[in-house]
Design a protein around this ligand. Structure first.
Ligand code: SF4
Length: 482
């Protein structure tokens, strides 16, 4: 991981990783099946709402307004959480967030924690950081459990094990569950119900024994200090209610001003992510309540590159992302390469625009190019993030970052600007290019150019320039005619 986490250091660039992924027929079959199913469900439930477009517009407006006054809403959130008996911690980057969480766990004297699926904790590499402190984090989301048992990496925001099919999961459970606790039952089949039951039995003892839970957050309401987690399996609800201490790591962009604002997102998120009308489990809590749930609540507010992103007037719109993964499921590139090719915990179209902004374009320079710019992600996004616009913006940044003021490309551009600025120089250059082009031409086409210029001619099939430029022809034949 980099200093800010997010990317897996040592991963090949996107084109290289994509080439390997494209050769994996099984992976492509798994992805096609999974993304097509989710895509169809999303379209059907979104079409049920007459005001779907109005909801999207409202969500976009709420996120924009919140981003404009983010400092104010975060302080309001801190005040409300503290007033309700919770504690708020501020983390500038991944390393600081990991230190805070590890210290909070150590203060309880525990060495094991249960975890709810969370992109923020993946982003900062929390499990690995806790392992270095001798603390074991047990993932309780079924897909995250599959990734953890396989010592794998997640490949999708919502379905981290989307790259695995049922048979692969059955084999993994049979081989690995015993190393982490309750073993898989004898003769386990690849029937989804049997797999879910095996996971349930495996996790039950962890839930009952855990004194500390770690979660992420989908939203936090500034005016009441209420934190929200949405999930499908109920494992999250167990983590949020059984342990004595709850530690939540939340990106600072997840704050929303009021409950009325939350209502908009609770309609958009389930339809866009799992294709459901509402989330099976929506948990909300405000600080601590005596005799009900954890007696200690810590909220870690994570920056990790977000304020830098906020400073970019085009790129800041990605902070509106509610991690629904609709853009992944409609992306023709993601469907063929899968998530690992992006080398980041954030794959797909949102990963291609979020990762370079969180870690800096130099560290993820190939990602803004991992797109056909077809715009399907923009159409699908429930908060109307214009991903193609941000991709084009980041491509320009990558080019700019790579350009050395004395590089051949920069010098050539400077020379071109001078020539194009002067009609006299342009005419002379056209004559020289025409002459040179015809000298180098073979059978009406420009052949191999000398020196470093051959990189240009090797990949192009260009006709030889005409003997006379259009400007010269015009001067000879048309100038002075009415
Ligand atoms: S960018 Fe939009 S579609 Fe993609 S995960 Fe974020 S909210 Fe969902």
């Amino acid at each position: 991981m980099s200093d800010r986490g997010v990317v897996w250091l040592g991963s090949p660039s996107f084109p290289e990783a994509a080439r390997t992924a494209l050769a994996d027929q099984q992976l492509r079959t798994n992805l096609r099946r999974a993304t097509t199913t989710i895509r169809d469900k999303r379209l059907a439930v979104a079409a049920e709402l007459d005001d779907w477009e109005e909801l999207r517009t409202a969500a976009e407006a709420i996120k924009r307004r919140t981003a404009r006054h983010l400092d104010r809403y975060l302080l309001q959130l801190e005040e409300a959480v503290t007033a309700a008996g919770g504690s708020v911690h501020w983390a500038g980057d991944a390393a600081e967030a990991n230190r805070i969480v590890a210290a909070l766990i150590q203060a309880t004297g525990e060495r094991e924690v249960v975890k709810i699926k969370s992109m923020a904790t993946q982003e900062i590499g929390l499990n690995e950081a806790l392992a270095l402190e001798g603390i074991t984090a047990y993932e309780t989301d079924l897909a995250e459990l599959i990734v953890q048992l396989g010592e794998d990496r997640p490949s999708h925001i919502l379905v981290p094990a989307i790259h695995k099919n049922r048979t692969e999961i059955r084999d993994l459970f049979a081989a690995e569950m015993a190393h982490w606790g309750e073993p898989a039952p004898e003769g386990l089949s690849d029937d989804p119900r049997e797999l879910a039951e095996a996971a349930r039995r495996h996790l039950r003892k962890k839930f009952l024994a855990a004194k500390v839970a770690v979660s992420g957050a989908n939203f936090a309401v500034a005016d009441t200090g209420t934190v929200t987690v949405v999930e499908s399996e109920g494992n999250g609800r167990m983590c949020l209610s059984l342990p004595e201490t709850l530690i939540t790591v939340m990106g600072i962009e997840k704050v929303v001003p009021t409950w009325s604002d939350l209502e908009v997102f609770l309609q958009l998120l389930p339809r866009s992510s799992t294709g459901e009308r509402m989330n099976p489990y929506t948990s909300t809590w405000t600080g601590v309540t005596e005799g009900d749930g954890p007696s200690q609540f810590h909220l870690v507010l994570l920056d990790n590159g977000r304020t830098d992103t906020l400073a970019d007037t085009v790129g800041r719109q990605v902070l509106a992302c509610i991690r629904c993964s609709a853009c992944l499921n409609v992306c023709p590139v993601f469907e063929r390469t899968g998530g690992h090719a992006y080398g980041s915990v954030y794959p797909g179209p949102i990963g291609a625009v979020l990762t370079p902004q969180l870690v800096g374009v130099e560290q993820a320079a190939s990602l803004p190019f991992a797109s056909t710019l077809c715009g399907a992600c923009y159409d699908a996004c429930p908060v109307k993030i214009n991903i193609p616009e941000v991709l084009a913006h980041l491509r320009a940044e990558v080019v700019e970052a790579k350009r050395h003021p004395l590089s051949p490309e920069a010098l050539a551009m400077k020379a071109a600007a001078t020539v194009l600025d002067s009609p006299r120089l342009l005419s002379a250059a056209q004559k020289a290019a025409s002459l040179g082009g015809r000298v180098l031409a073979r059978e009406g086409r420009i052949g191999r150019l000398p020196g470093p210029l051959h990189g240009w001619s090797d990949t192009r099939d260009s006709p030889a320039p005409p003997a006379e430029s259009f400007r010269t022809w015009w001067r000879k034949n048309r100038e002075g005619t009415p």
